[in-house]
Design a protein around this ligand. Structure first.
Ligand code: BG6
Length: 493
């Protein structure tokens, strides 16, 4: 697919996402000469800045991320693409002047609107764009990129979808989940479907259980307002972690095209056994960080963070167990967890194979052997590891775990931020790494019973010290031999 010139219109251009992700990603695409000739970027902001001030701000945003790779000459070229549109997005006036600007011949009529704004503003902004005929595709395509959260629960997501489909047809909507833009996440598909050795083993006959962990050592920074109304289950599990789950467990799609890929992901989500309300406590767990230490430094507990009510029971840690009721996965538990202020920052998918019979080793020193694990390190270490049991050198029959490693990137290969890939896909019209509404809808169906139960149980929440691996939730595990795997190096239990 070729990328066509386009005008990127960024709502919320002076905000955090634009600062740390969008502007640096667009700059890097320019460095890589992937922005087609004629591509322009229109930043919408309320601040009374002129073009000069915006260029200075944009330079700061890009420089902060590019660091030593910053190149003045490329930035000069990049800055010629930039245009600041001052306006209040809640006012009709902002859209009338925007329509006038975008109508000028220097702007491509292929227009992508990036809504990096509060979800409450999605509807009104779309309505005013529509009133000004900015979604009409007479002289070029019009696409809208929507950041998460897509709704707050199933009902609100459906309501938002009804509103969106009033203004746009599905081909115009790009629901972003930035995890799908991560190189290692895409590598999960290549690993599974481009290598023949594992596919015969990738099922309930050989796999004991699957774990997905996303832990962060950071807290909630200045996002108290948003986070306290969301919590870890909505913020990470319903979106990013369930997406990872679909990629690890789906059937091979017939091709990489958007619909085939998303059809298979939806089938997995639909096959997940619903959690009845009375099973919520057996299948889900929540916790909140208390004060503790991160890298030797004392840090506050969640309740002491800015904008957090002192009696909040919002979870900063959430874990759950799911079962996929299909032929491939029936009976294999999937454990997922995520948390802020945990011991280490990492995202890993860990697949634990069944234990081999020990009969062969009777009458030897071998008492216990680790099962085989396949570890997919998403970040910060991007790798694929297959752990095997091997003999220890020496006169005795002893074993140890050794791992076959395939790192995702050689040291001379650059990391590409997820947003670079996704912003380029919007120009190409490739929606395979964006969510279709039914994916979002089924993901909400899975977590809704947990959210509803937690919403009424507001008297108590377990806590964990900042800098730990979270609260004690081993009751989720089906067997005593199962435990959270927190390391990419062999662990013996
Ligand atoms: C965002 C969440 O979607 O993903 C954040 O809102 C979280 O709370 C972030 O920190 C994690 O993304 P990444 O790419 O840093 O792993």
């Amino acid at each position: 697919m070729n990328a066509e010139p386009c005008t990127y219109v960024i709502f919320g251009a002076t905000g955090n996402l634009s600062r740390i992700k969008l502007m640096p990603a667009l700059y890097h695409l320019d460095v890589a000469e992937r922005l087609p000739e004629g591509t322009r970027i229109v930043a919408i902001g309320r601040r009374p800045w002129d073009q000069q001030k915006w260029l200075e701000e944009a330079k700061d945003m890009v420089q902060a991320k590019a660091k030593d790779d910053f190149d003045d000459t490329v930035f000069q070229r990049f800055s010629e693409r930039l245009h600041y549109h001052q306006g209040d997005i809640s006012q009709a006036q902002c859209y009338a002047t925007l329509a006038e600007t975008l109508g000028k011949k220097e702007f491509s009529q292929n227009i992508a609107f990036y809504l990096s704004i509060s979800p409450a503003d999605f509807g009104p902004v779309m309505s005013m764009l529509s009133d000004n005929h900015l979604f009409t595709e007479d002289s070029g395509w019009r696409r809208v990129i929507i950041e998460k959260p897509f709704g707050y629960d199933l009902d609100s997501a459906q309501a938002l979808q009804r509103r969106i489909s009033h203004y746009l047809h599905e081909e115009q909507v790009y629901r972003i989940d930035h995890y799908l833009g991560k190189g290692m996440v895409q590598n999960v598909l290549v690993f599974r479907f481009a290598n023949v050795m594992l596919e015969p083993l990738w099922n309930r006959n050989y796999i004991d259980h699957i774990q997905i962990t996303h832990s962060e050592s950071i807290g909630i920074d200045s996002r108290g307002d948003y986070y306290n109304s969301a919590g870890a289950l909505r913020d990470m599990l319903q979106s990013h972690l369930l997406q990872l789950l679909t990629l690890v467990t789906m059937e091979p799609p017939v091709s990489m095209d958007a619909e085939s890929l998303r059809d298979e992901k939806v089938k997995v989500l639909k096959s997940i056994r619903p959690i009845p309300k009375e099973a919520v406590h057996a299948q889900a767990f929540r916790g909140q960080y208390a004060k503790g230490h991160i890298n030797g430094e004392k840090v506050n507990g969640y309740l002491e963070e800015t904008n957090i009510p002192p009696n909040s029971t919002t979870e900063t840690y959430a874990s759950m167990k799911l079962y996929i009721d299909n032929w491939r996965w029936r009976g294999v538990p999937i454990y997922m967890r995520t948390g802020k202020r945990m011991a280490q920052a990492q995202s890993t998918i860990s697949i634990c194979f069944r234990h081999p019979p020990l009969q062969f080793f009777r009458d030897t020193n071998v008492q216990c052997m680790n099962p085989n694990w396949v570890l997919l390190g998403i970040q910060p270490e991007e790798c694929i590891r297959i752990e095997m049991t091997v003999k220890e050198p020496g006169l005795e029959m002893n074993t140890r775990t050794s791992s076959l490693d395939a790192s995702f990137r050689n040291s001379d290969e650059k990391a590409i931020d997820a947003y670079e890939d996704l912003l380029l896909d919007v120009l190409k019209g490739d929606r395979s790494l964006f969510l279709r509404f039914d994916e979002v809808e089924h993901a909400w169906r899975i977590v809704d019973p947990i959210l509803q139960t937690w919403a009424i149980e507001r008297d108590f929440i377990a806590t964990y010290p900042a800098g730990s691996w979270g609260p004690e939730d081993s009751r989720l595990f089906d067997k005593e031999s199962q435990f959270w795997r927190s390391s990419l190096t062999p662990e013996c239990k």
